[in-house]
Each structure stands twice: as structure tokens, then as C-alpha cells.
Design a protein around this ligand. Sequence first.
Ligand SMILES: Nc1ncnc2c1ncn2[C@@H]1O[C@H](COP(=O)(O)OP(=O)(O)O)[C@@H](O)[C@H]1O
Ligand SMILES: [Mg+2]
Length: 267
Amino acid sequence: MSYRAFFALTREPFSSDLALHEILQTPELIAVKERFDYTLRIGAMALITGDIGSGKSTALRYAIGQLHPSEYATFYLTASSGSILELYRQILSELGLHSAGTSRATLTKLIKREIQELVLGKKMKVALVIDEASLLRLDVFQELHTLTQFEGDSKPYLPILLAGQSLLIDKLSYRSSQPLASRIVARSHLEGVNHQDMEQYLRHHLSIAGVKKNLFDQAAITAIHQGSGGLFRRANHLARGALIAAAKEQSMTVTAEHVRLASTEIF
Ligand SMILES: Nc1ncnc2c1ncn2[C@@H]1O[C@H](COP(=O)(O)OP(=O)(O)O)[C@@H](O)[C@H]1O
Ligand SMILES: [Mg+2]
């Protein structure tokens, strides 16, 4: 019998493909959304930092998901460590445009013209979200602010939201990143959650998978909390692995020993 059948789970538990309404509205997530909205209102820049698996991308998805699509055009991309040209091409393709152009000037002109058309022509509000921005190179940070300059920098048409690991802060602290960094008006930092919030998180994911009762005993919750450092992605792996280990022993309760067994399988 599969572990899902054993626990009567209606779907793979602790998954990453959550529907918008399945996202747990933690206080941290709401705080990200508030800063996100504020930054959009004034057309500036925001930073969202945090360790891998702390919930940054999910919080962004939530914040974007709350915007009305007839009012907002949001462009979400995952950064790479490539050149500024590559980033411009990524942005262009998100905008639905393509260019064979190879100069920065040509590409920025195209991007800015399209943004202007969205804002002035279609009366939309625009936002550019760059996830994994800690991967961007310093020369990219040095250049990126030029995209946000409209009419001699007097029109805040293009708010930018950058998310990434804490290294992002270091990269923005360089003198060469100053023109970009000076636009930042809001910051969120996501950390591992506390024990109580982890318990709530585990319950939430179980209930999404159709199980209303808590399968984890207190020691198991503590083990997941400690083993994950309160970080959601790692907690997902530990929790799922522990369920599998418990099912193998035909145990309806997941214990700390099951979590320990699961921890030997993950990094
Ligand atoms: N608010 C939330 N509600 C439910 N699950 C969440 C939430 N935040 C994160 N998760 C879970 O944790 C995983 C990792 O989160 P993610 O947003 O990808 O982290 P990051 O982008 O910081 O690396 C997600 O795939 C999801 O399963
Ligand atoms: Mg992410």
C-alpha cells in the first residue's frame, strides 16, 4: 500500500504546486504583500531576501496573484548570472517582444517604449519582478536603473521587486549599484519560522492533502522544526519523508524517529 493510501492523502503532500488560495497567509507573507503594494503605488523598488526555501517566491506569487489583471501588468522572471543583454532579452520576451538587436541602447529603448505604451496607452500599472536576483552580476546592477528612468527620471512607471538570498544586499551595497539601490523604499527578510508556526504550517499542508488530523506527534514536529531550521522547503522534504517512513512501519503516528530516518535521505 502506498503511503498516500495508508494516510488517506488525496494528493502528494507538502508539494510546491500550490494554488493561490492554498497559500498559508502567514504574517510574514502579509508583510511582504504590503511592502509589495506600497512599492507599486509609488513606483519604486523593493527587496525581499531570505534563505533558500524560506517562502520568497511563494510570497511574490501571492502578492502578484492579488493584483487585478485588468489593472496590473506584472512581469515575473527568474534571474541568471548572464549579462545585462541576456536580462534585457528575458524582459523583452516577458513583454511578448523579440529583437535581434545586440546593443543595450536598442533593447532598453524597446523595453521602455513598451512600458510607456502599457502605462500611457493602455492605462495599466506595470511591475517587474526579478526572482533569484542575488544571481545577477554587479555590472547588471550597475546598469539596471536606466530601465526605470522615464522623462528625465520624473515618471515612476516601472516599479521593480527584487527577491533573492542575502547576498543580494551585499551586491546592492557596492558603490556601482548605488543608482539602483537608492530607489529601494521597502525591504522584507524572511527567516525560518518558530516552532508554533511550523506546527501550523505542517497542519496546513496536511489539510490541503485532505487530512484534517495532525499525523505528527510533538517530538516529530520539534524534529522537523529543528532539522529544517524553520525553512519551509526543507520542512516539506522532512515531513514527506517521515510520512513515508511511518507508513512503511504501518504507524498512523509520525514520530521523531521517522523524521530522523527521513533526514538521512536529504541534504
Ligand atoms: N505561505 C506558504 N504557504 C504554504 N506553503 C508555503 C508557503 N511558503 C512556502 N511554502 C512551501 O515552501 C516551499 C518553498 O517556498 P519558496 O517560496 O519556493 O521559497 P524560496 O523562494 O524562498 O526559496 C514551497 O514550494 C511551498 O511548498
Ligand atoms: Mg524562490
